[in-house]
Design a protein around this ligand. Structure first.
Ligand code: SF4
Length: 78
């Protein structure tokens, strides 16, 4: 465990992706509202507007997820 990676195996949703190990640091992906480069699809939400479905994306949960997210935020000027 360090500031770039930790797992919360006590979480009721763990593991929320089919992975052996996963980084829980970005439980909610900070790239959600950006052109993120991740594997998402657009689906219709309950309110009828289109939303990102990130179910198939593991980027923020990979061991290097912190570095990917921080680099993208810097690229986007966030
Ligand atoms: S979880 Fe993946 S697809 Fe969803 S916003 Fe983050 S990087 Fe993009």
């Amino acid at each position: 465990m360090n500031y770039k990676y930790f797992e919360n195996k006590d979480c009721e949703f763990y593991p929320c992706h089919k992975m052996e190990e996963q980084n829980c640091l970005f439980c909610f992906c900070p790239l959600y509202f950006l052109d993120c480069g991740g594997k998402f699809k657009m689906i219709e939400g309950k309110a009828g507007h289109m939303i990102k479905d990130c179910s198939d994306c593991t980027i923020p949960h990979l061991p290097n997820g912190y570095d990917y997210v921080m680099k993208k935020l810097e690229e986007k000027g966030v």
